[in-house]
Design a protein around this ligand. Structure first.
Ligand code: SAH
Length: 274
């Protein structure tokens, strides 16, 4: 099984040319605070940087990843993530497997990192927060993820959600996600589609929860309509200033809306890219 090639800011398999310091620039306009991350004040960012584990060589990561993942889980706990189902799921999924070898040594930092095609794998805190919010006081049975990217969040969801559906609009990333999920023997647990997630999956709806991993100006109405009664959707909303929005469907034509943290996500785009 060959890993699909991604259009990457540096040659696959090379040492990370962006350096190994924790929150430095990632090139191509990415930084730890502009792509699928929470916006934090400098003091908090500095504190987070200080607890980032010592750099390791990507080749040794297999041996060290349990310890690094454990540190990531402790950090998430310190940042207020309390749901053990989510923390256990993130402990179980090897995040470094989802990235290019050149960035694998940074996989357990609290940062979004490039995955090719101008997209990023979401910051661990963002993944943990979004899943925790839609799972608060419930275990959704059927979940839709819009924007599968490299497949990491789907793999985390599949650890404790019975039915996970995920959509990706960029063919190269859809194939990459399929490759990663297959390598981890999760491909039968995640129903992955190539398509425009703004349309949802009308043939599969209703969903108990929908997680949108890219930011639009407005949350697409089609997704709100595909929520089950009592179901929850979380999505970043906005352009330059973005916030995580939590929606709960409280009636056939009534949705309750709550604004959560300031974030910065890659854009939600209509249509597909082959
Ligand atoms: N969930 C990923 C995050 C990937 S970044 C993770 O686990 O880290 C967000 C992804 O959303 C990108 O891959 C982007 O291509 C995708 N995306 C943007 N608009 C989309 C749309 N309309 N439908 C499906 N995917 C979309």
């Amino acid at each position: 099984m060959r890993k699909p090639v991604t259009r990457f800011p540096f040659a696959a398999g090379t040492t990370n040319r962006f350096g190994r310091s924790s929150l430095g620039s990632l090139g191509h306009g990415f930084s730890a605070t502009n792509s699928n991350t929470r916006i934090t004040f400098p003091t908090l960012a500095a504190a987070q940087a200080a607890v980032v584990s010592a750099p390791v060589r990507a080749g040794n990561l297999g041996l060290n990843s349990d310890r690094l993942r454990d540190q990531m889980i402790q950090r998430l706990r310190n940042q207020g993530i309390q749901d053990d189902r989510v923390l256990d799921a993130m402990m179980a999924v090897p995040r470094h497997v989802f990235m290019d070898e050149g960035l694998a040594s940074r996989a357990y930092e609290d940062a979004a990192l490039p995955i090719g095609h101008g997209q990023t794998i979401s910051q661990p805190w963002v993944v943990a927060r979004m899943i925790s919010v839609v799972c608060e006081n419930r275990t959704p049975a059927k979940v839709l993820e819009v924007g599968a990217g490299c497949g990491y969040q789907s793999a985390v969801l599949a650890q404790f959600i019975k039915e996970v559906h995920a959509i990706e609009r960029i063919r190269g990333l859809y194939e990459l996600a399929r490759y990663h999920l297959r390598s981890l023997k999760l491909i039968s647990r995640v129903r992955l589609s190539f398509g425009d997630g703004m349309l949802g999956l009308p043939g599969v709806a209703p969903f108990d929860a929908i997680i949108v991993a890219a930011a639009g100006i407005k949350i697409p109405q089609a997704l709100l309509e595909q929520l089950a009664l009592g179901g929850r959707l979380i999505a970043p909303e906005g352009t330059s200033a973005q916030r995580l929005i939590l929606i709960e469907r409280i009636g056939v034509a009534t949705w309750h809306r709550e604004e959560l943290e300031s974030v910065r996500f890659v854009p939600l785009r209509a249509g597909i890219q082959s």
